[in-house]
Ligand binder design. Structure first.
Ligand code: NAD
Length: 405
C-alpha cells in the first residue's frame, strides 16, 4: 500500500489519525482513497485541493438510504470552502439504474447551472456511485466526480476504478451495466461512520466482494489476505471499526493494483482487470432472476430478490466447484466455502431455471467475447486465472453445486 503524494492527498492533517490512504496509480488520473471515520466533512477541502478555486458548485447525488446526519456532515464542509451545493436524491434500485435516470440527473444539473469546472459528489452505495459517475462522465462532456461510498460493497469495490454505467431493460430482461463509461474520480472518501445505518444483509453482501479479492490477493501483493479475513471474520461481522478499516484499506489496495495494471480491462493472462469478474458471470446470471431466492447454510430462505453481493457469493461457490473439477486443491476450496458460511452469505439458490437457461444467460453476459464463455477460475490459494476453454459439463456441474431444490 502506498501513502498518497502530497498533491493528490485528499485528507488534511486534521483528519483522524486512524485514517488509511491508498493511492490508485493512473498517471495524471491518479487519486487517493481515504478510509476512516469522519471523512465526509473533508469533501469540500478535497475539491479545493484537487481542482483549485474554479469549482463554484457541488452537485450532490445522494442515495435515499443515507441518513440526514451523514448528508449534513458532507454539506457542512462545503460552506467553509465557499462551495454552493445542490442536492439531488436517488432511489437505489437496479430498475432506477437506467438511462431515464441519467436524463433526469442531467436535466437537474442544467437547471442548477452546473458548469464544466464544477464537481459532482456521489454519496451512496454502488448504484448511486455508478449512476452519478456516468452522469458526470457525460454532462458537458465530462465533469469531475468525488465518490463517497456508503455501503461496504461500494467502499471495497464500486467506488474505485472508474467504471460507471447503467442497466438496460430489454423485453423485461435486465441487462446489467450495458451502457457506461470509464470515468475515474478525483478522490474517494470511505467514511466508516456511514455504515452505522446499513442493514445487516446489505452489509454482509459487501463481504462477498472481499472474499473475491482475497481469492486474487496473492497476485497483487497481499497473500495473507484470505487468512487474515478468516481470522477477523467475527470482528468483521460485529462491524468493529479497526477490523473494518483494515479490511477496506487492504481490499482497496488489491483493487487499486488491479486497476493500475489494466485500467480499461484490455489485458489477458493472470493480472488483467477481468480477474475481478471472479464469481460474477455466474452471479449476474442469477442476480437478475425474479423468482430466485438465496438459501442460508441453516436451510432458511432469504426474503426477496438476491442482492448483487449475495449473487457474487453464490458465484464464488460455483467458481470453487469449477476450480476443483480442474484440479484446485480441495482443502483450499473448502476453506473458501467455510469462510462464506462464517460470513452468513447464501449457500445455495432455489427457484433457479433449467441449467441450460443459466448457461445461455452466462454466455449472454457482456463479459463473453464473441459468445465464447470466459470464466475466472480459482487455480491456487490467492490465485485465479482467466479461461475460455472450459468444457460445458464442468460448468454445468458448477451451476448444479449451488442449486437448492
Ligand atoms: N462500478 C463498479 O466497479 C462496480 C463494482 C461492483 C458493483 N457495482 C454495482 O454496485 C451496485 C451494488 O452496490 P451496493 O451493494 O452498494 O448496493 P446498492 O447501491 O443497491 O445499495 C443497497 C441499499 O443500501 C441503501 N444504502 C446505501 N447506503 C446506505 C447507508 N449508509 N445506510 C443505509 N442504507 C444505505 C441503498 O439505498 C440501497 O437500498 C450494483 O448495481 C453493481 O452493479 C459497480
Amino acid at each position: 500500500m502506498t501513502d498518497a503524494d502530497a498533491n493528490i492527498d485528499p485528507v488534511p492533517s486534521t483528519a483522524s489519525a486512524q485514517t488509511r490512504t491508498v493511492r490508485v496509480d493512473l498517471g495524471e488520473r491518479s487519486y487517493v482513497v481515504a478510509v476512516g471515520s469522519e471523512l465526509l466533512e473533508f469533501a469540500g477541502m478535497l475539491v479545493r485541493e484537487r481542482l483549485g478555486t474554479k469549482p463554484r458548485r457541488a452537485f450532490v447525488v445522494v442515495d435515499s438510504g443515507v441518513s440526514a446526519a451523514d448528508r449534513q456532515r458532507l454539506l457542512a464542509g462545503f460552506a467553509s470552502v465557499s462551495l454552493d451545493a445542490t442536492v439531488h436524491e436517488l432511489r437505489a434500485t437496479e430498475h432506477d439504474k437506467s438511462l431515464a435516470t441519467i436524463q433526469k440527473l442531467c436535466e437537474s444539473m442544467t437547471k442548477a447551472r452546473v458548469e464544466r469546472t464544477d464537481v459532482v459528489i456521489a454519496l451512496g452505495g454502488g448504484i448511486v456511485g455508478d449512476v452519478a459517475g456516468f452522469a458526470a462522465s457525460a454532462y458537458r462532456r465530462g465533469v469531475a466526480v468525488v465518490q463517497c461510498p456508503t455501503t461496504l460493497l461500494s467502499m471495497v469495490d464500486a467506488s474505485v476504478g472508474g467504471k460507471t454505467g447503467v442497466n438496460l431493460e430489454l423485453s423485461g430482461t435486465l441487462k446489467k451495466n450495458m451502457v457506461g463509461a470509464f470515468h475515474q474520480p478525483i478522490g474517494v472518501l470511505a467514511d466508516l461512520a456511514t455504515l452505522a445505518t446499513l442493514d445487516d444483509r446489505t452489509f454482509r453482501a459487501g463481504l462477498a466482494e472481499c472474499v473475491k479479492h482475497a481469492m486474487l490477493s496473492a497476485e497483487f501483493g497481499d497473500p495473507d489476505l484470505m487468512a487474515w479475513t478468516q481470522t477477523a471474520a467475527g470482528a468483521l461481522a460485529a462491524r468493529e471499526t479497526a477490523a473494518l478499516c483494515e479490511l477496506i484499506a487492504r481490499n482497496v489496495a488489491i483493487k487499486a493494483r488491479v486497476v493500475a495494471g489494466d485500467e480499461r480491462e484490455e489485458a489477458e493472462g493472470t493480472t488483467g482487470r477481468a480477474l475481478l469478474n471472479l464469481g460474477h458471470t455466474f452471479g449476474h446470471a442469477i442476480e437478475a432472476l425474479p423468482d430466485a431466492r438465496g438459501m442460508r447454510a441453516d436451510g432458511t430462505e432469504l426474503p426477496g430478490a438476491i442482492h448483487h453481493g449475495e449473487a457474487v457469493a453464490l458465484g464464488l461457490r460455483a467458481a470453487c466447484a469449477l476450480g476443483e473439477s480442474l484440479g484446485l486443491d480441495r482443502g483450499y476450496a473448502n476453506s473458501v466455502l467455510a469462510l462464506l458460511d462464517q460470513l452468513a452469505l447464501p449457500r445455495a439458490a432455489k427457484g433457479l431455471p433449467a441449467t441450460d437457461e443459466i448457461l445461455a444467460r452466462m454466455a449472454d453476459d457482456k463479459k463473453s467475447v464473441s459468445g465464447v464463455l470466459r470464466l475466472i477460475v480459482p487455480a491456487a490459494p490467492g490465485r485465479s486465472v482467466i479461461r475460455s476453454d472450459i468444457p460445458a459439463p464442468a460448468v454445468r456441474s458448477a451451476i448444479e453445486s449451488i442449486r437448492s431444490v
